[in-house]
Write a protein that binds this ligand. Structure first.
Ligand code: C5P
Length: 229
């Protein structure tokens, strides 16, 4: 059987790659890998079990848990992909700021990344895969057919997150969100294993000041060049 086509979208959180990735997956009828959700599941489990990445026996426990995640990514029917862990719908639970922080702390651990590697590659099956993350085009799928690096300024990403939380009637502080985004960017970009950076052959899509529709139109042109639509 020939290899399934793979398209990767990497970039910092809040740049819009998740929105683009799910729109493309629906349009092409391809599988969607939200790799950030895997790290969020690890973060959630670790928080719930009180695990501390600085303690070696806790790291061992988290690695074992990462290897054995009992998860289901429910196909997206339009309202976003639902995520289940051990039979519990954790779609909302993995989106809290506490879990975002925990996810990026555990994601610096090479043994955690290794534990999640094969599971991510297993998503590349026909008719094709849209892979969303930080290291999809650099580490997990270096042979991908089309690679995007989706970015936006930290200020813009903070504004978007603030608007999103306010829309959910969650009390939010714009300055704090902005500082956390800068911290998370720095941690993701400076870690030794799989740091956040564009693959050499990635197309850079800067979504600052651009509507989702406009970004999607730009990406669609690249997809059309591949003959996928
Ligand atoms: O994309 P999302 O914000 O859901 O990712 C949560 C965290 O998981 C990121 O801050 C990053 O530290 C980590 N991550 C990663 N590699 C990926 C996807 C996410 O290290 N491929």
């Amino acid at each position: 059987m020939s290899r399934a086509p793979v398209m990767t979208l990497d970039g910092p959180g809040g740049a819009g790659k998740g929105t683009l990735a799910s729109a493309l997956a629906r349009e092409l009828g391809w599988w969607l890998l939200d790799s950030g959700a895997l790290y969020r599941l690890v973060g959630l489990l670790a928080l719930r079990r009180g695990l501390d990445a600085g303690r070696s026996q806790d790291l061992d426990a988290a690695v074992t848990a990462s290897r054995n995640l009992d998860l289901i990514f429910e196909p997206d029917t339009g309202a976003g992909q639902r995520v289940w862990l051990d039979g519990e719908d954790v779609t909302d639970a993995i989106r809290t700021d506490a879990v975002s922080g925990a996810a990026s702390q555990w994601a610096v651990q090479p043994s955690i990344r290794q534990a999640l590697l094969a599971r991510q590659r297993d998503f590349a099956v026909p008719p094709g895969l849209i892979a969303d993350g930080r290291d999809m085009g650099t580490v997990i799928f270096p042979e991908a057919d089309l690679k995007l690096y989706v970015t936006a300024t930290a200020r813009e990403r903070a504004d978007r997150r603030f608007a999103q939380l306010s829309g959910m009637r969650v009390d939010a502080n714009l300055d704090r969100i902005y500082r956390e985004i800068l911290e998370r960017d720095a941690r993701d970009a400076s870690r030794e294993v799989a740091p956040l950076k564009p693959a050499d052959d990635a197309h850079v899509i800067d979504t600052t000041g651009e509507s989702v529709a406009a970004s999607l139109a730009r990406v669609r042109r690249l997809v059309r060049e591949k003959g996928w639509i």
